[in-house]
Design a binder for this molecule. Structure first.
Ligand code: 1HE
Length: 257
């Protein structure tokens, strides 16, 4: 399914998925959320990594508030579960996903960013959860994913007090792994995606699908899942070839810079 507010462009091994509704600050309508789900469920087999970006001055203003009609409790549950499904398609889709952040990363926009595997923020980025002041709650997986990035106390503070994190303190708090000059988040995210795309697909799969689950397991079970994943990854023919390449001097060494 294509949607006028979502652009999908395949550049070699990288898919660029871009929110394209700048007049409404890339607010996420139901149609746009479903289009994001479809985009990640339908990525071509040749794609090895993805970048999520937003057109205009802001990454994303969150839920489209103009669609926030009177929903009864049951409809509210289904709406939230729709977001969960869409953002699970991002987090547990076929490839690692890198978010290129700038301007507002707020509400559901922050929930979308949190579903990505790497976040690159430029200096214009700011993070907020205005749900608290709008009389609502997060519903797109934020209550699960955001505390894992910044801790429960910081998230509660943001929602209780309306606190806004600027780019630099946001990076320190754990929202983003990279902080780059204004206007360069997309280029950095694309360069990282191109690098990620060169990894063995099974290693990327282990990192996106197994690692977060291992991190949630009790240590004893986590060690066992890790051992199983390690054995599966190292038995792939591509892993054997990469090890031979290193031992025979054909692979890159780890460099200090
Ligand atoms: C919107 C939305 C939106 C802008 N839904 N239409 N999210 C929020 O509470 C954030 C609300 N938005 C803002 O605080 C600001 O718009 C921004 C800081 C993001 C950007 O400010 P600015 O000055 O660049 O833009 P603007 O003038 O506020 O907005 C431009 C237009 O976008 C305007 O429409 P217009 O027809 O008057 O031009 C705005 O109404 C529209 N717009 N944001 C609908 N969010 C799964 S649950 C998730 C729950 C949430 O995400 S709650 C948080 C919602």
């Amino acid at each position: 399914m294509t949607h006028p507010d979502l652009n999908i462009e395949v550049r070699g091994a990288v898919a660029v998925v871009r929110l394209n509704r700048p007049a409404k600050r890339n607010a996420l309508s139901d149609g746009l959320i479903l289009a994001i789900r479809d985009a990640f469920e339908g990525l071509p087999d040749t794609v090895r990594a993805a970048v999520v970006d937003g057109t205009g001055e802001h990454f994303c203003a969150g839920l489209d508030l103009s669609e926030l009609k009177e929903r009864d409790a049951g409809q509210g549950v289904h709406h939230s579960r729709m977001w969960h499904k869409a953002l699970e398609a991002v987090q547990y889709g076929p490839v690692p996903v890198i978010a290129a952040l700038h301007g507002a990363v707020v509400g559901g926009g922050l929930e979308l960013a949190a579903a990505c595997h790497i976040r690159v923020a430029d200096e214009t980025t700011f993070y907020a959860l205005p749900e608290g002041s709008r009389g609502i709650f997060v519903g797109g997986g934020g209550a699960v994913r955001i505390p894992r990035l910044i801790g429960t106390a910081r998230m509660a503070d943001m929602m209780l007090t309306g606190r806004v994190y600027k780019a630099e303190e946001g990076e320190r708090a754990g929202f983003a792994q990279y902080l780059v000059p204004a206007g360069t988040a997309f280029d950095k995210a694309l360069a990282l995606a191109e690098r990620v795309a060169q990894n063995a697909p099974l290693t990327n799969y282990a990192l996106t699908h197994a690692l977060p689950r291992i991190a949630e397991q009790p240590s004893d079970q986590g060690f066992m899942t890790e051992a199983l994943m390690a054995a599966i990854a190292q038995s792939a023919p591509e892993a054997k070839q990469r090890l031979r390449d290193f031992l025979e001097g054909r692979a890159e060494k780890v460099k200090r810079d």
